[in-house]
Design a protein. Structure first.
Length: 103
């Protein structure tokens, strides 16, 4: 998929969250949600691969939703990552089935 067809922002909780493309992160991450700037960043490699982009952007959007809702307040980084990973791995595939079956 052409980079120009990818979204440059997403609306979460009524707030427009910019999606920024970076060349890479020094620690090899593919994406990041910055709660202070309320911005999602993804690597160019991720942005150019539709399947990878879908998984990474969902992961970062869950971080964003937790931040905007305040649900991550007082949560350790490790616990937040576990919650995000659970939603990403368990809930999102179930929700995507609704798209497949047009429910």
């Amino acid at each position: 998929m052409d980079i120009n067809n990818k979204p440059t922002s997403v609306i979460i909780g009524g707030i427009t969250i910019p999606i920024r493309v970076v060349e890479e992160f020094s620690d090899q991450r593919l994406g990041e949600y910055d709660g202070e700037r309320r911005e999602i960043s993804v690597t160019r490699r991720c942005y150019e691969d539709p399947t990878l982009f879908n998984w990474v952007i969902v992961h970062e959007m869950v971080h964003c939703a937790l931040d905007i809702s305040g649900a991550n307040y007082g949560m350790s980084t490790k616990t937040e990552e576990q919650v995000v990973s659970a939603v990403e791995a368990l809930l999102v595939p179930a929700v995507r089935l609704f798209d497949v079956y047009h429910l």
